[in-house]
Design a protein. Structure first.
Length: 145
């Protein structure tokens, strides 16, 4: 009986201090960039996609100490069908960005603001169209410098 009471007291004190169990909590969004900071576009790489076979392409930022505020996907060559984009943050949280779904042709781009935190990896699930050559796309990150 005493052990059950002790466990309940410990649980209530943990919950009272705002700690959660399971999935890590998403931290608050920092303030928008100040006047002294400027948003700089940094290429995370480009890749050619297969025809008809969906592939997952992984991109990692070069500097781990920069926060990414915006993502952009640009079609360099051919047609690219973007099926999903998943951003994985350093704290373990991951989110799928719904703005990155659809077809891109030469020179077209999709962009979206993302939760500004330290990003571990960006996964793009894409394929090329049936007609024409294999498509190629580039992932560009907007970081503060």
């Amino acid at each position: 009986m005493k052990s059950i009471t002790l466990v309940l007291i410990l649980l209530s004190s943990l919950l009272a201090h705002g700690q959660r169990f399971g999935r890590p909590e998403r931290p608050e969004r920092p303030a928008p960039p100040g006047r002294q900071d400027r948003l700089v576009n940094v290429s995370l790489g480009s890749v050619r996609t297969n025809k008809l076979i969906t592939e997952t392409h992984s991109f990692q930022p070069r500097n781990w100490n920069e926060r990414i505020f915006r993502l952009e996907i640009v079609a360099i060559r051919g047609t690219v069908d973007i099926q999903s984009v998943i951003v994985i943050y350093q704290n373990g949280y991951s989110e799928e960005i719904p703005a990155f779904r659809g077809n891109l042709s030469d020179g077209r781009k999709m962009s979206s603001r993302i939760y500004s935190d330290y990003v571990r990896e960006i996964r793009v699930v894409a394929t090329s169209g049936l007609l024409g050559s294999r498509g190629q796309f580039e992932v560009i990150a907007g970081v503060l410098r």
